[in-house]
Design a protein around this ligand. Sequence first.
Ligand SMILES: *Cc1c(COP(=O)(O)O)cnc(C)c1O
Length: 377
Amino acid sequence: MVFPQPDMTAFPELAMPPRVLLGPGPSMVDPRVLRAMATPLVGHLDPAFIQLMDRTKELLRYTFQTANDLTLPISGTGTAAMEAAVANMVEPGDSVLVCINGYFGMRLAEMAQRYGGDVETIRVPWGDVFDAAAVKAALDQRPAQVVMIVHGETSSGAAQPIAEIAQVVHEQGGVLIVDTVASLAGVPVLVDAWDIDVCYSGAQKCLSCPPGASPITLGARAVEKLEKRATPVANWYLDLTLLRTYWGTARAYHHTAPISTNYAFYEALRLVAEEGLEARWARHRRTAESLWSGLADLDLTLHVAPDYRLASLTTVRIPAGLDEAAIRTRLLADYNVEIAGGLGELKGQVWRVGLMGYSARQENVTLLLGALRNLIR
Ligand SMILES: *Cc1c(COP(=O)(O)O)cnc(C)c1O
């Protein structure tokens, strides 16, 4: 028995509307990156691909502002890089402290538990940030081998200061994992200067690449912890002791790298280096400030205080009585503009507007503000 051949009139050729992506990701993609994706495949051990891997690692070190040798893209979305960080650093019984000020902090805590960590959490309201004293107080109560924190919380729009927290963690002998999925290449992330031990990100936010390659970098303390593990990493696919033999000099087969995704990722990193990180940070800042002042003109207020507002993701308070979901539906239907609603604690209370990578352009701000002006009246 063979299932009947599908009626192909029900399956038209792929066609997607030309969306302006101003949500928390994915962001829009430079046409150069899309063209790179259409390059014919080579094998994942082809000398040409190996050269591409080396160049990718080099550009990634610039993007992360690090000299770390163990720097590579994980095959998967930002969550895979997050899971790689947790799976490689947390051994069963390790004491773990997770600083939670939004949705992604909760996800880190959940993962740390699943890998056998003895997890404690500290929390501040979504939209606030931690100060180093609060982290120190928690570590004085109970030292932790691993501390986790999100730099740019996409659920709240807060940018967490990192350097002082890293110092507190190190004074007490732990390693610090920092999530920069929504911030890397959009706002300053200085892995070596801030002394971050494990830093990971994603492709589809400020790097403006289709999701599928997610960078991670490990410093000396993290590599030492990895090498001293008493138990093998519980996740085989994300095991960095294996992955580094493929991405390092041994080139041992581990899994087939997503070839086209790596083409795109390389081109996206080239775009970052060509623009220069400082110019790119300034562009994100400029575009965000233009959005913030335009929203103020519409009498809309922002959820996060100016001092630690994340340029790549803005949370806008929703005025009382407004049907926020209806406005998002019309933004998409009438203007092709995507923004997002709130998550968790902030559901129904905020809109989330991303100005990330290729999306972070004045013309997009002008379009969104004009559309909101029409829709809110
Ligand atoms: C988007 C995001 C993730 C998860 O990345 P995916 O690509 O959706 O898997 C993790 N952390 C933060 C802060 C994010 O914004």
